[in-house]
Write a protein that binds this ligand. Structure first.
Ligand code: 13P
Ligand code: SF4
Length: 304
């Protein structure tokens, strides 16, 4: 049954010249049928470079919006239209306008986990992989960072620039308790702890390495360690284990599950392709402003 559905999805994708993208946190079956898996920004950039007519984005709403910002001539579909991101919902364009008025002159650096409207109110975007480089590239004494307070606090540790922090957070990462991680470290004393910068400072203090999901996927290749504790959403364990079958990975907490990322199953992907639903679009004026913020980020040189 699952095999039939997987075959039907691949057949439909071919017929419709569609590309299926899946975020690293999607369920294994969905990652398996995807053309590309990765972090949200990398997926959108790769999508923009293909000649597909349709993009099926297996992820949450802001990711499909980012693809729509970057690929205005493609039909971007989100299989489950109400799959959202609690952190992205913690700041609106109106909130940001008010915050900007409190810190006049400070450019806004917005994490890609945000709505198109919020990106459009921002000077530049960042990801968890490049936040420090993006802030430093601005060469100004003060910046605003939104929506993730943990990513902003992590960035503040690496720059003398003053960061005005919006108090949003990812409930999945922010909820990880130091006691849970400590217990796991004691159970696996040789394991290297890799944490996502959406985790709170107390967790990052206990980590050996802090990386975005794409950085977490790359790190074990460079390490002699055989065991790793992974402090991010549990979905990342699947691509890690697949990529490194001889290494062992432990989830920092079995509670680190983003239900929104798990809403998309094979049936939803099939229905999305068959009925070309649910299309995600961004009004042109907002798209162009949001695109400028994303393009400024893409122009910042990477050093990792
Ligand atoms: P990255 O995949 O960009 O590291 O982001 C993590 C995340 O929380 C996506 O929702
Ligand atoms: Fe948003 Fe957190 Fe879920 Fe990522 S894991 S989609 S940041 S709520």
């Amino acid at each position: 049954m699952e095999k039939d559905l997987k075959q039907a999805i691949r057949r439909l994708a071919k017929e419709k010249n569609a590309i299926i993208l899946a975020h690293n946190y999607q369920i294994p079956e969905v990652q398996d049928i995807a053309d590309l898996t990765g972090d949200s920004l990398a997926l959108s950039i790769q999508a923009a470079q293909t000649n597909a007519d349709i993009i099926v984005f297996c992820g949450v709403h802001f990711m499909a919006e980012t693809a729509a910002i970057l690929c205005p001539n493609k039909k971007v579909l989100l299989p489950v239209i109400n799959a959202g991101c609690a952190m992205a919902d913690m700041v609106t364009a109106e909130d940001l306008r008010e915050f900007k008025a409190l810190h006049r002159g400070a450019p806004v650096v917005t994490y890609v986990n945000s709505s198109a409207e919020v990106k459009a109110e921002s000077y530049i975007c960042c990801t968890s992989a490049n936040a420090v480089q993006v802030v430093k590239s601005l060469r100004c004494p003060e910046v605003i960072m939104t929506p993730d307070k943990n990513l902003a606090m992590w960035t503040q540790r690496h720059t003398d620039q003053k960061i005005h922090i919006w108090e949003g957070f990812c409930p999945i990462h922010d909820g990880l308790k130091p006691e849970e991680l400590q217990r796991l470290k004691e159970e696996h004393p040789k394991a290297v702890v890799i944490a996502h910068p959406e985790c709170p400072p107390a967790i990052l203090n206990m980590a050996d390495v802090v990386r975005s999901t794409s950085g977490m996927l790359e790190f074990p290749a460079k390490s002699d360690a055989e065991e790793f504790i992974i402090a991010t959403e549990v979905g990342l364990l699947y691509p890690l284990q697949r990529r490194y079958p001889n290494k062992r990975f432990y989830a920092a907490s079995s509670r680190m599950v983003c239900e929104e990322m798990k809403k998309t199953g094979l049936q939803e992907v099939f229905d999305a392709l068959l009925n070309e639903k649910h299309q995600v679009t961004v009004p042109e004026e907002i798209r162009l402003s949001a695109l400028s913020a994303v393009e400024r980020m893409l122009a910042v040189p990477r050093d990792n």
